[in-house]
Design a protein around this ligand. Structure first.
Ligand code: TYD
Length: 203
């Protein structure tokens, strides 16, 4: 079995969709047969650290400030992590990428597709596949409550998650594989793997 490399895979979904679990499972699968890295945005850069504080509501941040910081954090990730790993022929799996910025920071006259375009114009590489874990916002919110109690982040309300999901669906193009997030962890991973093997695994 061989994976077509270099390969750039992204996982996306609203908070509580279960995408990080799926990203981890695919990473374990890939790592057994190919050099691979698993990355996450926001990163641990100075921008990422600031963003995490804003997301928790510990320090204020306007939409424009968030948008600017997510782009700066991504520029850091592309320069230091993504491009070097792709150049080495790795499988690169990223938990959230510019589709998150499009879905979460759209509004006030800026469309999700405008934000995608802005990121592509910045020269950020376009992934080979996006696994979008699609889930009903109400179910996602239940999972968030179970996981983190009252430690909620600023986007974790029903209405906000509904808007974010709609934004994601508005930018879903042919690189997107939509995975039903209502399935259990194992069944969801079988769906991801089926698609992954069809496109990127030979032998
Ligand atoms: P993450 O750590 O992936 O949270 P979770 O595991 O709960 O999905 O992401 C943190 C938050 O950052 C999440 O609410 C989505 C938000 N976010 C944006 O708003 N814009 C972005 O560009 C990115 C990468 C994340």
């Amino acid at each position: 079995m061989k994976i077509k490399t270099p390969l750039f895979i992204v996982f996306e979904g609203i908070d509580g969709a279960g995408k990080s679990t799926q990203a981890n499972l695919l990473f374990s699968f890939c790592r057994a047969i190919s050099p691979a890295v698993l990355l996450q945005e926001p990163t641990n850069s100075q921008y990422g650290k600031l963003l995490r504080k804003m997301l928790k509501g510990e320090i204020p941040g306007t939409r424009d400030e968030l948008l600017d910081l997510f782009i700066k954090d991504r520029a850091y990730d592309v320069e230091h992590n993504i491009t070097p790993s792709l150049s080495k022929g790795y499988v690169v799996i990223v938990d959230r990428y510019f589709y998150s910025t499009a879905a979460y920071q759209a509004g006030d006259g800026i469309k999700p597709s405008d934000i995608v375009r802005m990121n592509i114009e910045r020269g950020f590489p376009v992934p080979d596949r996006v696994y979008f874990i699609d889930i009903e916002p109400a179910i996602a919110l239940e999972r968030i409550h179970r996981r983190s109690g009252d430690n909620k982040e600023i986007f974790e309300t029903l209405q906000t998650l509904e808007t974010i999901r709609k934004n994601y669906l508005s930018i879903a193009d042919s690189t997107f594989a939509v995975i039903q997030g209502s399935l259990g962890v194992e069944d969801m991973f079988q769906e991801v793997l089926k698609d992954f093997e069809k496109h990127f695994v030979t032998g």
